[in-house]
Every structure is written in C-alpha cells, then in structure tokens.
Write a protein that binds this ligand. Structure first.
Ligand code: HEM
Length: 507
C-alpha cells in the first residue's frame, strides 16, 4: 500500500487487500494490533476508493438528462459551489495506488493529493472540522473574492459595477476565482452589462425562494413573521444561536461531476433555427480542452453568444451510476491562484476518499440522520440487476458500507427528479437556513448594498431568462424555445399557467 503522510511508520506493512475485506472486529484481531489511527486508515480504504470509482462510477456511455437540464445548469451549479466552498488542504500528501483487480481499467496507476486540513473546533461534542477558504454566503465571492483585498481589485466602486477588460469580459483575476471548468459560466455571464447583473443573478435564485414572502409583503405589509413574510428581507440575520457555516453534507450532495459531458456541442448560430429553435451541430469540442488556462483561451475564441447558445441547447449528464466522465479520472487540479498542479488526480476515487476523510456518514447513516428510511438490502436502493450485482461485488452484503456518492447515483429517482431524494432533503433543509443567515438577504438587502437600479432588477427578475433577456434579448427570441433557461432550449415552452407566480414552486 502506498500512502504517505502522517500515518504510522509501519503502515507500509499493512496489506490493503487483506484489510479491506475484513470487518473492524476482524481487523482488531488481524496479524497486527492496530491503533485507532490505523483503524481510521482501514476505514478510509474500505472498500478501495479506486475500485469503487472503476466498478461503479466510471462512465461507460454518456447518459444525459433529456430536456430537463442543460449545460448552463451544470456550469451554474458549479459556479455557485465555488462561491460557497473550497476546503483548505494540509501539507501532508497521500498517495493512492490502483489495486491489481482494476489497474488495467484505470488511467492513473497511482495519484497523489493533499489531505483536507483538519482543525480543532473547540466544541465539546464535535471536536474537529475543516476550514472553508471561501465565504459560505451567497455573496458572489466567486467573482468578488472572499476578502476586502480581492474585492477592491475587481470593483469600480461606481454604480455597483465590476471592472471589465477591453474585450468586455471579466478580468483575468476574476476568471481565476471561478472554478476550473467554467471559466465557461464566468465568461458567459460576465458579458452581461452592466456587470452588476452578476449580483442580480446571484440574488435571483434565493429571492425566488423568498418570492412568496415578497408578494405577500407587498400586498399585506410585514405581518405574520418569516412564515408569511418570506425569508428574504428579514431585518437582521437569524442564526438560531448557532454560528452559520455550510455543513460537509451540503458539500457532499453537490458532488455532481456526472453532470459533465465529454464534449461541448458547438452550434452554428449563423444558420436559420428550425421550428423549435434548434441549430445544426458544427463541432464537438472535447471538454478537457475547455478547462483551466487553455480553456479560457479556447472559449474566448468560441465567443460568448456561440458558447451560451450551444450550452443552452445541450443536455447535461444524468446523476447515475457509470456516468462519471472518464476524463476526470486524470484531471490536473488547480491551485487557489488558478495555476496548474504538477500531477493529475483520479477525481471520482478522490471524491469517495474525501467524504470518508471528512467523516461524512456513509449512505445509510446519512439517511438515518435525515430521518429517512435506510436500505436493508441492495434491492431497496435500485431495481437495476447489473447495479445490484456490482454493488455486491464491491461491498458484499454490507449495505452500511455503501458510500454516499455511490448511493446518491444509484438511488431510484422520484419521477421527474434529476437528483436523489437524499440530496433533495439536504437542499431543502439548507435553503431556509442559508437565507436567514445571509446578510445580503437580510440586513443588507437594500439599495445601499445593491444600488437602486440593482434593487429594481432584483425585484423584477424572476429567472435567468429575464437576465439574458435584459442584456441579449436577441438570444432568447431567436434561439430559446423553452420557458426556462436551464432546460434544453429546444424544449417546448410551458403552457400558460393560471396559478399565480407566488403559489408556484420555484424553478
Ligand atoms: C471541468 C469541470 C470540473 C473540474 C475540472 C472539476 C474539478 C474538481 C477538482 C479538482 C476538485 C477538488 C477535488 C479535491 O481535491 O477534493 C473539485 C471539487 C468539487 N467539485 Fe468539481 N470540477 C468540475 C466541475 C464540477 C461540477 C459541474 C460540479 C457540480 C455541479 C462540481 C462540484 C464539486 C464539488 C462539490 C467539489 C468539492 C469541493 C470541496 O471539497 O471544497 N465540480 N472539482
């Protein structure tokens, strides 16, 4: 076994294959007596994350989402994630090596990465935690930065506007703050002028949750507290006596790399759109070419309109087993400053390891924590016979060991849902907590913070489509058949809805 870092010096003598197949009790009585650190190590590798990634996650053929979500949705979610979270790493390096049984199916025979930095919380019950280097609020920090110094670099301090480069795009510094991938979304939205549209879009999502409240308040004034008045616009943040932070569970359910396809399907925007506003495909650009520095350049060449329309017309990947992009099994991660690291990582294996390392409960325990019914056999999770056979191969009959990420992908989805019920419950729980805790939706939800124009926009904007409309009306008229900018743009528009907006579920 090749694991380096602060593991006990005799760890190299522990044969991983031997330990992985043992229960903890057996491990205790296995050829050496293990200390608690070693037991932790066994748990981290049980079953081997590279085996899990190879047998249950790696994409066989691309499965998409039908018309439900497009590539703008995938890049938007990722962009949001990097607004909220990025874990601080330790200086200790870990190395994982592919076990013989799967080695010939792995692009990397081994890979190295840094441990997540664990810090003491000073609390009695939860003793340690992990540091987030981004502000956890919905504050646009993926663009504005998470501290005053970064913010000063990118803002004009005039009318709430950002500095824009000569070609009308975000400054390079801001793009670097954006995640590896979608530079795409970064470039895309940065074109919206004035640039405070960014903030507006950021506030649109949560203010949709609060819309019922807003309409109610506009009509009846401030009566009935947060239940009737909505969470956006509370006079001050409400933390219920607990300092606000994002939970590790929240991070884990956003592990949605399977949304990514293998190619960006470039459309010919000079052709006449068909009846449903579809456009001919001109080129398939491998997605790895659009990541990082080279991606920034390639996307500038593609141009904003072509990129946006192409992403709008392309379905993103389905959150299912065997749909994790293979190109992410040898991806070069980036440093916080946007520079490339020297070595690639096997991302699906790393993700399985990360959840275990950060002590996120495995699937069944995770569900118990949410008062959801746990599974007692594989059949409870899925009807797919091949999936059941492979789960048995990897986990035996021990359903308690099922990794969260695998469970989320394997779970039978509720009809019409792209995400699992387990993930959905976390989103629901966190939605109200985050709005109540965020000064940008409470104490600072005002003209002074957003500008007068900005506040007008927040109040009159219901969706991404409105934002695009405001700045690129030609785009929605000409190429968007759908009602929602996050669904595939050639989808039929929604029927006229007689239910008032404030009684509808936000989309
Ligand atoms: C080109 C596209 C992408 C690339 C190259 C990429 C790459 C990465 C890398 C290298 C990490 C750090 C892994 C680690 O050390 O723990 C990461 C973390 C993560 N990614 Fe992605 N990613 C991409 C797109 C996405 C998308 C589309 C989503 C979700 C919709 C997503 C969600 C996450 C989450 C939740 C984390 C964990 C963050 C943390 O632990 O702080 N990523 N990604």
């Amino acid at each position: 076994m090749t694991m380096s870092g602060n593991f006990p010096s005799n760890h190299n003598s522990i044969r991983r294959e031997d330990y992985n197949n043992k229960s903890l009790e057996e491990v205790h009585s296995f050829d050496v007596v293990l200390n608690s650190e070693e037991i932790g190590l066994v748990n981290l590798l049980k079953p081997d994350p590279i085996v899990v990634a190879t047998k249950l996650l790696a994409r066989r053929t691309m499965k998409d989402n039908g018309k439900q979500f497009n590539m703008i949705a995938a890049s938007w979610i990722q962009f949001m994630i990097h607004d909220w979270i990025d874990h601080l790493e330790d200086t200790n390096q870990i190395e994982l090596t592919a076990p013989r049984e799967v080695a010939n199916q792995c692009p990397l025979q081994s890979f190295k990465f840094y441990k997540t930095k664990e810090v003491s919380t000073g609390f009695y019950d939860i003793k340690s935690g992990y540091l987030n280097i981004r502000t956890p609020w919905w504050d646009g920090s993926a663009i504005y930065g998470s501290n005053a110094e970064k913010s000063e670099k990118v803002r004009t301090f005039k009318d709430g506007k950002l500095k824009i480069s000569k070609d009308g795009l975000l400054l390079h510094e801001m793009v670097l703050l954006c995640p590896a991938i979608f530079v795409m979304a970064g470039l895309a939205f940065s074109h919206c002028r004035p640039s405070s549209s960014w903030s507006i879009m950021l506030s649109v999502m949560p203010s949709r949750y609060g819309l019922l409240g807003k309409k109610f308040k506009d009509t009846f004034g401030h009566v009935g507290g947060a239940i009737l008045g909505g969470l956006v616009g509370l006079r001050k943040p409400e933390n219920h006596g607990v300092p606000y932070s994002l939970t590790e569970e929240f991070v884990s359910v956003y592990r949605m790399h399977s949304l990514l396809p293998d190619h960006l399907l470039l459309r010919d925007i000079t052709a006449s759109p068909s009846l449903n506003k579809s456009l001919p495909l001109v080129k398939k650009v491998p997605l790895p070419n659009l990541v990082g520095h080279k991606g920034e350049k390639a996307l500038t060449e593609i141009g904003f309109t072509r990129q946006m329309v192409s992403m709008g017309h392309q379905s993103c990947g389905a959150l299912e087993l065997w749909n994790y992009p293979l190109w992410l099994r040898e991806i070069i991660p980036q440093n916080v400053d946007g520079t490339d690291r020297p070595n690639p990582v096997d991302l699906p294996a790393l993700e399985v390891y990360r959840d275990r390392e950060r002590k996120v409960a495995r699937y069944n325990e995770f569900r118990r924590g949410l008062l959801l019914i746990p599974i007692s056999k594989w059949k409870d999770l899925t009807d797919d016979k091949e999936a059941i056979d492979t789960l048995k191969q990897v986990y035996g009959d021990d359903v308690e060991n099922l990794d969260l990420l695998v469970g989320l992908m394997a779970e039978k989805k509720i009809k019409g849902f792209a995400i699992s019920e387990t993930a959905f419950v976390i989103f629901i729980i966190m939605a109200s907590r985050r709005l109540e805790a965020d000064r940008f939706f409470t104490a600072n939800f005002n003209d002074e913070t957003y500008t007068k124009k900005g506040m007008e926009w927040v109040k009159s904007t219901e969706s991404l489509k409105d934002v695009i409309d405001r700045h690129y009306s030609e785009m929605t008229d000409k190429w968007m058949n759908s009602t929602n900018a996050f669904t595939v743009w050639n989808a039929p528009p929604n029927q006229h809805n007689l239910i008032p907006l404030y009684l509808r579920i936000p989309h």
